[in-house]
Design a protein around this ligand. Structure first.
Ligand SMILES: *[C@@H]1O[C@H](CO)[C@@H](O)[C@H](O)[C@H]1NC(C)=O
Ligand SMILES: *[C@@H]1O[C@H](CO)[C@@H](O)[C@H](O)[C@H]1NC(C)=O
Length: 421
């Protein structure tokens, strides 16, 4: 544990800017945050991607380390939060159809500490971010594909009863207008806490997602999570959660009838698949700060060093694809601005052009057994306290207590360093 805390103390020195991936509504894959941003085409061409550079005019500085790239599906646009390390209030908007950037200014912006703290609600275009103080929201419904001239104001929503210390672990994604929060304090394995968007309501108890693939419940750990959008304009009804122990990639189903939570009528998959999980292999590169994006069928990882791994046929309706495996793309994003030499040498992608070997798809093996989630976290209190803000109009929780989950975050962070070394 002393060694772990010593490594945790080194983390700020290793903090790097991070790239991300996202899809447009035609399911072309894009990678952002390198020396240039690029379109990598549809999944059918990923074995030999045609790389098309995007405009650099007005793009983000890509200096953040908690950057998230969120698809606004109705608008065929991407909203980027946390891309400027010096200014959390700026949201960069990319129009896929227009190949153009604009910058939305906001006020009272939260400062998320993780890469899965924010969710863009599919139906309302409202952004929800979990940070110190709890949940905040920003209404982007009038913004669509380009920034509006005036600043938008973030509003406090509320903090859940279990939320103390959770900002450093926040791991959220949406399915059927419910935002699932993974790795929440004192939550059973296989369960997530839920915020119901349309009712602005924290469910009083966690929801269990029964495992359909071998009985393995997902762990109660921080990690990364993204929704699988639907092909068309419907709300996502599946998401993937990749916990920091990399035990698997958990595909979580959730569907709720919009008019009655007690009815299963209208479910896009068999009603006995609602609130269940199936698994895909963990990504081959176990990078705790990697980013993910999903199309209606594919799942893509980009590591902090710019390496790209994918499963082209990750999900069908209601299930992970049985036997699906990860493939390393024969292209890595070059020039990730903060990329440390350690991560570049680990991934072998420092030059960024197509790395020589054929694509490899291991992904079934090595599980990290280290993350116990109960480590004590005497080293992390100061960081949590110093980044705590008391913005006007927000619900700010009293007492940043140190609870078990903070230890889990330290363990997760150390696991990330282990990967880089
Ligand atoms: C991001 O950088 C800040 C400032 O250097 C650091 O305190 C924080 O731990 C970093 N976060 C991550 C997730 O790397
Ligand atoms: C699924 O979970 C939601 C959220 O907890 C709940 O409201 C709903 O009743 C559950 N549905 C089924 C079929 O279990």
């Amino acid at each position: 544990m002393i060694a772990s805390l010593a490594l945790a103390a080194l983390l700020p020195l290793l903090a790097t800017a991070v790239p991300c991936v996202q899809f447009d509504t035609q399911w072309n894959l894009y990678a952002f945050g390198g020396s240039q941003d690029v379109n990598l085409g549809k999944s059918s061409s990923w074995a030999q991607p045609q790389v098309t550079p995007l405009t650099s005019t007005g793009r983000p500085p890509w200096t953040g380390n908690t950057t998230q790239c969120l698809l606004s599906q109705f608008n065929n646009a991407m909203y980027v939060v946390g891309a400027d390390a010096s200014d959390a209030s700026k949201i960069y908007i990319y129009s896929f159809a227009g190949n153009s950037w604009s910058t939305q200014s906001t006020s009272s912006a939260p400062s998320p500490q993780t890469r899965s703290a924010s969710v863009l609600d599919h139906d309302t275009n409202v952004l929800f971010t979990y940070a110190n103080g709890g949940l905040s929201q920003l209404d982007m419904s009038a913004v669509t594909t380009a920034a509006s001239g005036s600043a938008l104001a973030w509003e406090g929503v509320s903090a859940p009863s279990w939320g103390s210390g959770y900002a450093s672990s926040a791991t959220a994604a949406q399915a059927s207008n419910h935002i699932m929060y993974f790795g929440a304090p004192n939550t059973a394995a296989g369960s997530a806490q839920i915020f119901v968007v349309h009712y602005a309501y924290w469910q009083p108890t966690a929801q269990n997602f029964a495992s359909r693939s071998g009985g393995q419940a997902f762990p109660d750990l921080a990690g990364q999570a993204v929704s699988f959008p639907v092909d068309g304009e419907g709300v996502p009804t599946q998401l993937v959660y990749i916990p920091s122990d990399f035990s698997a990639s958990y595909v979580v189903n959730h569907w709720t009838n919009p008019s009655s939570y007690a009815s299963t009528d209208g479910s896009p998959y068999a009603s006995n698949l609602i609130n269940t999980t199936t698994t895909l292999p963990a990504p081959p590169t176990k990078d705790a700060n990697a980013a993910y994006a999903a199309s209606y069928q594919s799942l893509v990882q980009i590591t902090t060093g710019g390496e790209i791994n994918y499963i082209a046929n990750a999900v069908g309706s209601g299930s992970a694809t049985s036997g699906a495996s990860w493939t390393k793309m024969n292209y890595a994003l070059a020039g990730v601005s903060g990329g440390s030499s350690a991560s570049a040498s680990a991934s072998g992608s420092a030059t960024g052009s197509a790395s020589s070997g054929s694509a490899s798809a291991s992904g079934t093996g090595s599980r990290s057994a280290s993350a116990s989630g109960t480590a004590s976290a005497s080293g992390s209190g100061a960081a949590a306290a110093s980044s705590s803000r008391a913005a006007a109009g927000k619900v700010v929780q009293g007492g940043m207590g140190l609870v078990g989950i903070a230890g889990a975050a330290v363990v997760a962070a150390v696991a990330g360093v282990g990967m880089l070394l």
